[in-house]
Design a protein around this ligand. Structure first.
Ligand SMILES: [Zn+2]
Length: 59
């Protein structure tokens, strides 16, 4: 799902274990969909998957 996020919110999502991938590369005035504020940010692709361990043991 794509979301327009400001930097702090994108960082918070990433910290909570989601994959936050920037789509646009330039900052624009956006309305952040997480905090609802009008500020500078970018569009991100947010993949909200919980951390899975399906890779087997490689160590
Ligand atoms: Zn925000």
């Amino acid at each position: 799902m794509t979301k327009t996020l400001c930097k702090p919110c994108a960082a918070a999502l990433a910290a909570s274990g989601k994959t936050v991938k920037p789509i646009a590369h330039r900052c624009d005035k956006i309305t952040c969909s997480a905090c609802g504020r009008r500020r500078f940010g970018i569009t991100y692709e947010v993949t909200g998957r919980a951390v899975r361990k399906k890779e087997g043991t490689k160590e």
